[in-house]
Design a binder for this molecule. Sequence first.
Ligand code: MG
Length: 367
Amino acid sequence: MKITAISVYQVGLPLKEGRYAWADGKFVEVFDSTVVEIETDAGLQGVGEVCPLGSFYLPAFGLGARAGIAELAPHLIGQNPCESAKINHVMDTALLGHPYAKSPIDMACWDLLGKATGTPICHLLGGRFGENVDLYRAISQRPAAEMAENIADYRDEGYRKFQIKVGGDALEDIARIRAAAAVLQAGDVLVADANTGWLAPDALRVANAVADLDVYIEQPCRTYEKCLSIRERTSLPFILDENIDGLEALLRANADRAMDVINLKISKVGGITKARQIRDLCVSLGIPMTIEDSWGGDVITAAIAHLAHSTPEAFRFSATDFNSYVTVSNASGAPQRRDGAMSASDAPGLGVDLRHEVLGDPVAVHR
Ligand code: MG
């Protein structure tokens, strides 16, 4: 099988809640998602998606994804999409860095391998562990009382894991964490994610002030070194996200005992192939993971479900159903949350079909 064309679609994904806010006053109301459809000489199509969390969360943005795909496309035409290692080698040779631009291509190639072999991606990634995958709900940054109300509402919808967005004023963040903890019940999981928003003194103040609570601290500061310095001075369980952008970062952090859990985002590390490497290494090292992406619609939600469902349950700290956060559906067949959980499709590949009526005409077709 050979790649004959790559069509690129741009679709806006408005947030159901209107606005998603996190550290430093950053927010997004409509997510800029890029969907690719790879055509082959076998008549099969593979689909992928990348959706940065605005242009100021990770070094990634929507226009950059589409420009990166245009840069990569001439090197990919004629390649066999079922050779995932070779496809990644070709992309890494043609373009240094820009993992988020490579992620939808890699995802679409896995979709094609699954379709060509009649196999769901989760089986190709190692198997299906358990009935379904537990999800967390991200709680947008608002005044403490409103966030506690949001948690109670999402708890009624079946979620038992909550990640509240902090990384703002230290005193307000302490109030947010305490208000959230007060509405949780035994067995619920609470994460306070600062998304790099605190300077070290405020991170320490918050960690000290909530040290009596059952809460995880996620990515308090911008740099790895600052996060490590907080980690060394708190007894609270610790998650690294933004700083874990590849295998080398994971190995260093593991050697430094810098975290208890990592957040593994597919596009942050360059696609399913590289996310699987990191996932498998985490299982070998004994590190649980939140398995997700920076954001996304139905295609990315399907990819998350396959990667998470093929991960042993003890290592699935949580996962994300982004398609339930947004008002636009870009594909049918994607997992739908039920009682705070989702499961990977049994259909070949990702198990989704693009909604071309939603995507409209491609913004680029590379042949
Ligand atoms: Mg995070």
